[in-house]
Design a protein around this ligand. Structure first.
Ligand SMILES: *[C@@H]1O[C@H](CO)[C@@H](O)[C@H](O)[C@H]1NC(C)=O
Length: 417
């Protein structure tokens, strides 16, 4: 709740006992009283407050046209295009709840060397797109219009690094799904904004470039093509995906029929190179990173969309998903890979297919998704910072930092005694 609302409530309760001036209907609290109230009551615990992502200021951006931001977190609660377990419409709520321990004051990312919530970027939780569960054609349009609108807003702050990439001046969107088909309207919007095919980095156990006839060659309609296994096929046909720079990693699905025909039906690879889940054993996480970057490049003029199906993780670390496939990566391996990719020119990202009904009581899947979102947001913010921050994985921890940390640790120990 914004501070002014709680103040109005407080004043109403005290029946005006707190002295205040009247300006029409608005009661204005003298500054010193406001300061006192904020000091006294404006604290949130990780477990308190209304569940926005990472306790970010929640704004229904779609009905506030003047609301601008550098990064928007947006929920896409949609799951009527799935082929197996439904339930991902509850994903955004679950991920927000699981992000509760990401508070701005306590979110320094040691792996990256930055606290993304206390840096240059204005990050806003823009709420959910109100997507119809009754008509997928309409849902597609609602999502497209919403992504286009939210992605076309103005940025608020200039990144310290300055404007030297195609993304400069455009806010970045982080979508919490929703089933994976939400990536199609997102890509359509990004294509519209950037006016060129987008590099897609896709983490997923499944192809998602399936020819829609895989599901039924007889019962076909325009709308059956929009589903959570064929949306990249459609996106490729529409020319939205860059065919020369896109990559798919974490793959391990079974295929139809008696050969690997799904990989090539009907076209080549719809633009993706493929890194299988098992490849991590030979390559190691950093080898996966190098293979990806060799493909995507780091061209500042080429926008990259990062699409994370939570089923890229093994079901032991992410059971709450629609189409689980044993044999995936651990959360730690995946985070390591994401950190290695922090220099990509991300303009948007999604974390999809979290289906809380299949999650466990410890919110394992939602926690993993919230952490993935945190790492992605970290990279988006870090890419705008001027100096080389390093962090554990950046190997730039210098003697001075180490010394300061040792001193701080010493002080904490003393305080505890
Ligand atoms: C990528 O290749 C597919 C054919 O496999 C084609 O339909 C599509 O238009 C190509 N995309 C671009 C951006 O050139």
């Amino acid at each position: 709740m914004p501070a002014w609302k709680s103040l109005v409530g407080l004043l109403a309760l005290t029946g005006g006992a707190v002295s205040c001036a009247h300006h029409g209907d608005t009661e204005v609290v003298p500054e010193h009283e406001r300061a006192e109230l904020l000091k006294k009551w404006d604290q949130e615990w990780s477990f308190s407050g209304i569940a926005s992502f990472a306790h970010l200021n929640p704004v229904k951006c779609l009905i506030e046209p003047s609301e601008n931001y550098d990064i928007a977190v947006i929920g896409a609660p949609f799951d009527t295009a799935v082929s197996y377990r439904p339930g991902a419409r509850f994903g955004p709520r679950a991920i927000r709840a699981a992000s509760a321990r990401q508070m701005s004051g306590t979110s320094f990312n040691t792996r990256a060397g930055i606290n993304p919530y206390k840096s240059w970027a204005k990050i806003t939780d823009c709420g959910d797109i109100p997507i119809t569960p009754f008509d997928n054609g309409l849902a597609e349009r609602q999502m497209y219009e919403a992504f286009l609108e939210l992605g076309s807003r103005k940025t608020v702050n200039v990144a310290p690094k300055g404007g030297d990439s195609i993304g400069t001046g455009h806010p970045k969107l982080v979508t919490l799904g929703g089933d994976h088909s939400v990536a199609l309207p997102a890509l359509r919007a990004l294509y519209q904004i950037y006016q060129k095919p987008i590099t897609v980095l896709h983490f997923d156990a499944h192809l998602d470039t399936w020819n829609p006839v895989r599901y039924s060659s007889y019962w076909q309609s325009e709308q059956t093509q929009f589903n959570h296994g064929s949306f990249f096929h459609k996106a490729s046909r529409e020319g939205l995906i860059s065919n020369t720079t896109s990559a798919h990693a974490g793959l391990r699905t079974r295929l139809t029929g008696v050969d690997a025909g799904d990989y090539t039906n009907p076209g080549p690879e719809q633009g993706f190179i493929r890194i299988h889940a098992d490849d991590i054993d030979e390559l190691g996480p950093m080898g996966v990173v190098e293979t990806i970057i060799a493909r995507t490049g780091l061209d500042p003029e080429q926008p990259v969309y990062l699409s994370v199906d939570i089923d890229v993780l093994d079901p032991s670390t992410a059971p709450g998903t629609g189409t689980p496939e044993p044999g995936g990566w651990t959360t730690r391996e995946f985070i390591r890979i994401l950190r290695g990719l922090e220099k990509l020119n991300l303009v948007g990202a999604d974390i999809v297919e979290v289906s809380p009904a299949y999650d466990n009581k410890g919110e394992t899947t939602a926690l993993a998704a919230a952490q993935v979102a945190f790492e992605i947001i970290t990279s988006m913010v870090k890419s705008g910072v001027k100096e080389d921050l390093g962090g554990w994985y950046g190997h730039l921890y210098d003697g001075e930092t180490a010394e300061a940390e040792a001193k701080a640790a010493e002080e904490v120990t003393r305080d505890e005694l």
